[in-house]
Design a protein around this ligand. Sequence first.
Ligand SMILES: [Zn+2]
Length: 98
Amino acid sequence: MGGAARTEAYREAVHRAKRAGVIPPKNRRPFCNARCRDSHRCRARACFNIRRWRMSRRCRLHGGHSSGPTSASGKKRALEALARGRATLAKRRAENRR
Ligand SMILES: [Zn+2]
């Protein structure tokens, strides 16, 4: 689920949020400050996280960690996958012990 849907309603909501000061202008956003491979800090500005409706701490390139599934079905799927993975691991260990 990459970019938010660029619908007309979405554009309008962002425009209104910018005018109301909820979304700060780019030149007043904090720096990303992620450590780059050549050891300097990222000078790009932080993003506004539309899905969570607050400032993100990193730029569009660095993003930061995913906070995991958000929908009920996604959470359920993640837990099922976790249980399945653990069962497989336990089975493999039991086989190796023989
Ligand atoms: Zn960055």
